[in-house]
Structure formats: C-alpha cells, structure tokens
Design a protein around this ligand. Sequence first.
Ligand SMILES: Nc1nc2c(ncn2[C@@H]2O[C@H](COP(=O)(O)OP(=O)(O)OP(=O)(O)O)[C@@H](O)[C@H]2O)c(=O)[nH]1
Ligand SMILES: [Mg+2]
Ligand SMILES: [Zn+2]
Length: 340
Amino acid sequence: MTNRPAHSTLASLGWSSFFADQVKVSEADLAPRRIASVHRARIEAIDATGPAKVELSASANTADFAVGDWVLVDPLSSAFVRRLDRKTVFQRRPEVGRSRQLVAANIDTLLIVTSCNADFNIDRLERYLIMANEAGSTPVIVLTKADTVDDVGQFQIQAEALQRDLAVIAVDGHSTAAHTLLSPWCGVGQTIALVGSSGVGKSTLVNSLTGLESHQQQKTGTIREYDAQGRHTTTARSMHIIPGGGLVIDTPGIRTLFVSDVTDGIETLFSEITELAPLCRFRDCTHTHEPGCAVQAAVKSGTLEAGRVERWRSLVSENRDRTPVVSGPRGNKIAHKKKY
Ligand SMILES: Nc1nc2c(ncn2[C@@H]2O[C@H](COP(=O)(O)OP(=O)(O)OP(=O)(O)O)[C@@H](O)[C@H]2O)c(=O)[nH]1
Ligand SMILES: [Mg+2]
Ligand SMILES: [Zn+2]
C-alpha cells in the first residue's frame, strides 16, 4: 500500500456522494478513512495523505470490517467512530451455521480470476458469478495464463456463454499489457477486487497493475503441476493504489465457494430462464414436468440448453439448503433482506 495517486484526493480513493451524504452535520469534524487491510488484531487505512491509522476499542472485532470499507475517525487520536454503509459487498458463508465472511466492500468491479488450465471450471465460475451479482458489483471474468495455451478462444467462448453481456478478458498476468486490458475498470476512484482459487495469478496481476518495486510487491507462489492448485500464498486481504487511477484489492484464494444467502444473483446469471418463467401455465412451475412449461418448451426447441436448466435447479437448491432460516411470527422464512 505504498503508491500514492498523483493528485491525492478522497475521490481518487473512491469517496463519492454515496458516502458523503451519510456524514451528519455533527460529524463534519471527523475524518473519513478507507480500510486498506484487515488483520486479526488491527486494521490499517488510507486517506488522501497516504497510510493512516484507525484505532479500535479493545472489544472491537476486526472481522466486522472489510477491506474497502469507509470509516469515520477522530482526526487527532484516529479513534474509530463509525463505519459508513456499504455500496457493495462481496461476502461468503464458508460453512452452514458459520457467520458470513467479508471479502471486500465498496467494489465497483469484481474480477473473477481463473486460469487457462485445470482450474477452469464452469460450475465454479457460475458460483462466483452468482455471488458477484449478489454483491451488487459488475463481474468480469479474467482468464490468466493465456500465454500457456495455443487456443485461448475456447475458454473465452465458454466463459462468455455463462451470463448475458459478460465481459471476459484473457491475459498474461506478468505482462504490462494486463494493465491496458484492465484499464476500462480502473478509472480514477474505481475499485476492483480479484477473487478466485489459489494459484490462478491474482497477486501476479496486482503486481503488474501497481508496478511496485519487488520488495513492496505482493508475494506470489508456485502451483502443483498435476492439478494447477496453488499453495495459498496470500493470507490477508489488502488494497493497493494503481498508478494512473483506481484501486485493486487482492484476496486469499478461496477453496470452495458455496452459494448461500442469495436473493437475485441466481436470476441475473440465468436471466434467459427467469424471463421465460412468467410464460409458464402455472405460476409455481418448477420447469420439470408441468404441462405448458415455457422453459421445457425452449429446451425442446433447442433455444435453451438442458444442462443450463439442470445447473440452475441445483444452484437454487444449494442456496435454499445453505441459507439460514429465520423464524418469525409468520413461520419460517428465508433471510431475504439485503443488509450491507
Ligand atoms: N505463465 C503464466 N504464469 C502465471 C500467470 N499468472 C500467474 N502465474 C504464475 O502462477 C503462480 C501463482 O501466481 P499467484 O499470483 O501467486 O497466484 P494467486 O492467485 O495470488 O494465489 P494465492 O495467493 O495462493 O491465492 C506463480 O508461479 C505465477 O508466476 C500468467 O498469466 N501466465
Ligand atoms: Mg495471491
Ligand atoms: Zn415452467
């Protein structure tokens, strides 16, 4: 976190009216700071002058903060006052019964990173897309290690077919061209976050984007030859300034991403299915065996792939099984309300 934007302003760090509007008149003397890294016992931040402190009380839990959060602090003591509401948040529930883990907040674009090797997996990408849609940020698929395959086009075609209007780019993460390819999402004040399995090249991309000297770079690690799995080199989430504009958040590799707590992220991924549903004869059609089912009709006519419908069904059911049920006066219902 050592680069500084050429003209350092809060806006170049992602500050906007969305956050400014939350500051009350009585809070005008407080200083806004953006969380740049979260550790077990402390958090680090940044403001227009560079790295800045946020002092938490002894009882605070750093797990309540996400990299990318905006907080208000006392400008003299750096004592934490409050966190501002998030514009977007990427979070995941690692296991049923455990609380959700904050991966990154206030991100404009979520870069789902996968490599052109054994890591490339449709089922995995669909899960990332659902959780990215749910986060409220635009997903982009980044195919790394494009330099290691003869035909990157076959990966690109499969990835583009996953969701309507999905941007897919192929890169050699070591090359300076990676910066140019990602520049549409790295405008001044824009925040991108990199997520994906260990070893796909997230930190390698961060280093290419920030252009830092080797001693300041994110550590990168080797992968196993036979299955392309990395060794979980990155262990903490951190935010870095991209010279020329934008901020990038590096995250540790995720072993398995489960779908849970989703309200509309699945519908966005499978929009061609959800758009047909109102045309089915029955309002509660499950699109399996019902007469007058528009989804099954589309499969029969060849305009919709049967595999897509199967994957939609299985992801809907995974979401149902992994989302905690809150009991209320009107009986059990799924926790549907989005809360950032
Ligand atoms: N040939 C090639 N190798 C790459 C590319 N991107 C990353 N690598 C290599 O892949 C390995 C893993 O890269 P990292 O950047 O450490 O991967 P990561 O996604 O940060 O992994 P974790 O921190 O463990 O989650 C390193 O040996 C990199 O040099 C690429 O585009 N092409
Ligand atoms: Mg890494
Ligand atoms: Zn139907």
